[in-house]
Ligand binder design. Structure first.
Ligand code: 5AD
Ligand code: SF4
Length: 434
């Protein structure tokens, strides 16, 4: 999500006559796009700002801007704590950056812009695809109304707002015309897309419209909330050709007691039933998740319930985190904060189990032919090419840059913990979406 926000910001600044550089030392303006989801993310930004102070000492004309969730959260306090920061722009005000740059150049010190607006103007900025890119993000909604007890997002990104369907479809058409093969629809909770538009538009309808866009090949989306995963949406996986067989469905915990305290509004068996239904509609679907260990009040038995749920579902992959206290959220005031050491031990056990499951899934693909969309050179070898299967698994295989952007059948030869190795088959490019 933040990557896409940065792309939108870059586009906005380009339109205002600025030029992008990837070299810090050459830049006249450095923008730090921040995340507050966990404490670690904030700590990284603080140390980066420390480094930028050094850069500013050697180049006093350098401007430093902070935007995103930390800007929203701390506002002017950031400038007090880090006097090297010139501009602070919250999550609803990206469009104001060019104006603020002008003001700073006129030697003003504009206050932080952190007001929440009814409609977020930047939600519709269309960033042209990067050169050579085969996939792109499209924001379909922003904000969140769910207020999970651990999460800062509703506090820092505001209430849910959906973009009109026509506008989204137009953006997808534009990207497909520019050569983009795969789009990922973005939102904090894409399943509830349209709810606030009150015109009958909903997420499955949006998916069906986008599925008809040519020459687009693949559609993905993230993130989904289990409570809003309807049978209508599940059916899309079985019926829409371009919709890839992967869903990221954060479960957060397998303990009913903890799920209730988290305000997730489903229990473990409801989650498992949804997974079973999904697999009925689409047996090959890959399911990934997010899990938090050590939420306040989590006892050993609750943690065991999470492991049990993982065994029952057998996720293809999981992002797992130690609970991180976030000021202003309900859980911050809960009793029973878990010792950091205990969180660490639980996280290691959980990750070991997940690695076994991921490897099992990867091994089950050995010998099979899978369609990959070739993205570029593999990061590890620099020689091999890399791409993703429809189930979002990374595949590395021999080839050349001429393959970038092609949909190829490859034969999986070797499963690793985080990727697959494959060889080319004799077949040429896959002619249709799937
Ligand atoms: N502590 C740890 N993990 C968190 N997440 C969100 N808030 C917190 C927190 N306070 C995790 C959730 C969410 C993912 C994006 O980040 O698992 O799904
Ligand atoms: Fe945060 Fe996601 Fe819950 Fe919204 S649904 S509050 S973004 S964890």
């Amino acid at each position: 999500m933040n990557v896409h926000d940065s792309e939108q910001m870059a586009e906005l600044l380009k339109q205002a006559g600025h030029e992008e550089t990837t070299q810090e030392k050459k830049a006249d303006l450095l923008i730090v796009n921040t995340c507050s989801i966990r404490r670690k993310a904030e700590q990284k930004v603080m140390s980066l700002l420390g480094r930028y102070r050094g850069l500013k000492e050697t180049k006093p004309s350098l401007l430093i801007a902070v935007c995103g969730c930390m800007a929203q959260k701390y506002g002017d306090e950031l400038k007090e704590q880090f006097p090297q920061v010139d501009i602070v722009v919250g999550t609803h005000n990206i469009d104001r950056i060019p104006g603020m740059i002008e003001r700073v150049r006129r030697e003003e010190r504009p206050p932080a812009e952190t007001d929440f607006r009814e409609s977020v103007p930047s939600i519709g900025i269309i960033a042209p695809p990067r050169r050579g890119a085969v996939s792109a993000f499209v924001t379909i909604m922003q904000g969140c109304n769910n207020f999970c007890a651990f999460c800062v997002v509703p506090h820092l990104r505001g209430r849910e707002e959906s973009r009109p369907m026509k506008e989204i479809v137009r953006e997808v058409e534009y990207l497909a015309e520019q050569g983009i093969k795969e789009i990922t629809l973005l939102g904090q909770n894409v399943n509830s897309y349209g709810g606030m538009l009150k015109n009958g538009d909903n997420f499955p309808r949006l998916l069906r419209e986008i599925d008809a866009v040519e020459p687009l090949k693949r559609i993905r989306f993230t993130t989904s909330h289990p409570k809003d995963l309807s049978s209508e949406l599940m059916a899309c996986f079985g019926s829409l050709n371009k919709l890839c067989e992967h869903i990221h469905l954060p479960v957060q915990s397998g303990s009913n007691r903890i799920l209730e305290r988290m305000n997730r509004r489903y229990n473990a068996s409801e989650y498992i039933e949804k997974v079973e239904e999904l697999r009925k509609f689409c047996p090959s679907i890959a399911i990934t998740t997010d899990i938090i260990v050590g939420f306040p009040g989590e006892e050993e038995e609750d943690f065991r319930d999470t492991l049990k749920l993982m065994e029952a579902v057998k996720f293809d992959g999981a992002f797992s985190f130690k609970y991180s206290i976030r000021e202003g959220t309900r859980a911050a005031a809960f009793e029973g904060h878990v010792d950091e050491g205990v969180k660490g031990i639980r996280l290691m056990e959980l990750q070991a189990l997940q690695e076994r499951h991921t490897l099992d899934w990867n091994r089950s693909l050995e010998g099979r032919t899978e369609e990959v969309l070739v993205e570029g050179f593999s990061r590890n070898s620099g020689k091999d090419m890399t791409g993703r299967t429809r189930s979002n698994r990374i595949v590395n295989f021999p080839g050349s840059s001429a393959l970038i952007g092609k949909m190829l059948p490859v034969k999986i030869t070797e499963a690793h913990a985080h990727s697959l190795r494959a060889e080319r088959t004799d077949e040429e490019e896959v002619p249709h979406a799937g």
